[in-house]
Design a protein around this ligand. Structure first.
Ligand SMILES: Nc1ncnc2c1ncn2[C@@H]1O[C@H](COP(=O)(O)OP(=O)(O)O)[C@@H](O)[C@H]1O
Ligand SMILES: [Mg+2]
Length: 333
């Protein structure tokens, strides 16, 4: 088993000095930053904006802190394309969906370090896929897992431990253990959804979280921000939320899987579109569309609609009591 170092040598906040060699932050400021999830200089550069920092520190200290760190870490920022390719190869891992066909379509599985979105209408199988991934992430690497745990944000109260137990048994994991390795956070409102993500750094570090699920991304945003006049505010909040998800995916090298409802869009002549508009479209590196070819069928068709480097295409698989499987897999195998 190869262990990939997620972080290089880290620069702790207490070791930061100003130009006169004095400590940049006092104990109280460090405690406040740690409380917000920032432990190292890299954490701040990779996850915080100056504005976010100024809500924790005074605006002046926030500005100085950010500038000092950005300057110090500058040499690590400029890299050749060859270096980037090497880093990507060493870092990016893939998580199996349970279907070989679907994995192939998306380049080997759901990739770490980025957001993958699955959109579709009600009952298409988005929550099923979310459950399956939260089980599969626990599998050994040679079976397509990441040997890690899952952090599952449930916004629609559709998380089912019984379904996890069923899927875990089907892949040969102990159901109890598998359930212990999925940390579920129920989100009551969009504000709560944002709050919980912002406060999850500690949980991610302590539990070897390699997958974050958000099922579903937009349910609260859609029901709370109704009408044209609230759209700009909604998109701004959503943008910050997606940006944070993307930063966390990179920082902790974990896979992020978000589900999205498809609705008919009045702007696009009633065609069925994922919600969230450009913000969601641009933050999701890989976009998938799931549908049922006919009612009551176990079969599902997933279309790859957006990928930075793969051609679009489709894959067929099935959802049975055992979970996500290839069409030809035996039900009782
Ligand atoms: N235990 C099961 N065995 C077989 N199929 C199941 C099982 N549980 C759910 N499904 C299938 O998944 C569908 C619901 O999919 P779901 O992921 O909840 O949809 P959504 O896209 O709305 O999240 C059901 O209609 C059923 O076809
Ligand atoms: Mg669902």
């Amino acid at each position: 088993m190869t262990v990939i170092a997620v972080e290089q040598e880290e620069l702790m906040l207490r070791d930061l000095r100003d130009e006169n060699g004095r400590r940049l932050l006092n104990a109280r400021q460090i405690a406040a930053l740690e409380e917000a999830g920032y432990r190292t200089a890299e954490d701040i550069l990779e996850m915080a904006t100056k504005r976010e920092l100024s809500l924790i520190l005074t605006p002046k200290t926030a500005e100085k802190l950010w500038n000092t760190i950005a300057d110090m870490l500058k040499p690590r920022t400029f890299r050749s394309a060859a270096e980037i390719q090497k880093l990507r190869r060493a870092r990016i891992e893939r998580l199996t969906t349970g279907s070989r066909k679907l994995d192939e379509l998306i380049g080997g599985g759901i990739e770490t370090g980025a957001i993958t979105e699955m959109a579709g209408s009600y009952g298409a199988g988005k929550t099923e896929m979310a459950h399956q991934l939260s089980v599969n992430v626990q599998l050994p690497r040679e079976r397509g897992g990441l040997e890690g745990s899952c952090l599952y944000f449930d916004t629609e109260k559709t998380f089912r431990p019984e379904r996890i137990a069923e899927m875990a048994s089907a892949v040969g994991l102990d159901p109890k253990e598998a359930m212990n390795r999925i940390i579920v956070a129920e989100c009551y409102t969009s504000d709560h959804q944002i709050f919980l993500l912002n406060n999850s750094h500690g949980i991610i570090r302590e539990n070897n979280i390699r997958l974050i699920v958000v099922d579903s991304l937009m349910a609260h945003f859609r029901s709370e921000y109704i009408g044209r006049e609230l759209l700009a505010e909604r998109q701004q909040k959503l943008n910050q939320y997606m940006a944070r998800l993307a930063r966390m995916a990179r920082k902790f090298n974990l896979a992020v899987f978000v589900t999205n409802q498809a609705v008919s869009s009045p702007d696009l002549f009633g065609s069925i579109q994922p919600t969230g508009g450009n913000v969601v479209a641009h933050s999701s590196v890989t976009r998938l569309w799931i549908r049922r070819p006919k009612a009551m069928s176990p079969l599902r068709i997933v279309r790859l609609t957006e990928s930075p480097w793969l051609p679009c295409g489709e894959a067929v698989f099935k959802i049975t009591s055992r979970g996500v499987q290839d069409r030809e897999d035996d039900e009782d195998a």
